[in-house]
Design a protein around this ligand. Structure first.
Ligand code: FE2
Length: 193
């Protein structure tokens, strides 16, 4: 079973700024002078930001160990994890709540398809813990609809809260709860649908 790595992409981003990018810029300014370092800043900062975003993306990227052994479900999970990164990118945009609302709409639509697929598969194959699993799906459905409604009424911090909730819920669900039915299906010899 995959290990769950608790993550907070927003806090990791802040730490990289504070403990990596800012110290590098201060050292460069100290060594070559503030005026000269402006040129370095213009040239190097986009590259540093690219590296930082690649690192953050790797933190929320789908990993082979997340596989439930069913291709179409793995594809769904990749898509859902991709939406977390989109939510993080949205936080840095001027109209962040507008973009976050679009992403939540996409999540609401996509989870309908994905959860229906999983639930049908569990039903068809007599998965014994189906009720517990469906109740986790339902709590997530309700929560993202709540975030969506709060964004619409301009509640502060909704986008950040939604991002953290998605990271915690999705990673835990994919790496723990979904692995439980995966184990059951493997034992029953169910591979693909
Ligand atoms: Fe699930």
């Amino acid at each position: 079973m995959a290990t769950v790595e608790k993550m907070n992409i927003e806090k990791t981003d802040q730490k990289i700024w504070l403990f990596v990018i800012a110290p590098i810029l201060i050292i460069v300014a100290f060594v070559i002078g503030i005026k000269e370092s402006l040129l370095v800043l213009v040239l190097a900062l986009p590259f540093m930001l690219l590296l930082k975003n690649q690192f953050l993306e790797s933190k929320v990227a789908w990993k082979d160990e997340y596989s439930v052994g069913i291709d179409i479900i793995d594809q769904d999970h990749k898509k859902l994890l991709g939406l977390i990164m989109e939510m993080f990118k949205a936080l840095n945009k001027a109209k962040k709540d507008e973009r976050a609302a679009e992403i939540l709409d996409e999540l609401i639509d996509y989870t309908v398809t994905h959860f229906d697929r999983e639930e049908a598969l569990m039903k068809k194959n007599g998965y014994p813990d189906i009720e517990k699993h469906i109740s986790e799906h339902n709590s997530m459905r309700a929560k993202i609809k709540e975030f969506r409604a709060n964004i619409a009424t301009n509640t502060n911090q909704v986008s950040s809260e939604a991002l953290q909730y998605l990271q915690d819920w999705l990673v835990n669900h994919i790496t723990v709860t979904d692995q439980e039915y995966s184990k059951y299906f493997t034992e029953k010899g169910i591979k693909n649908i």
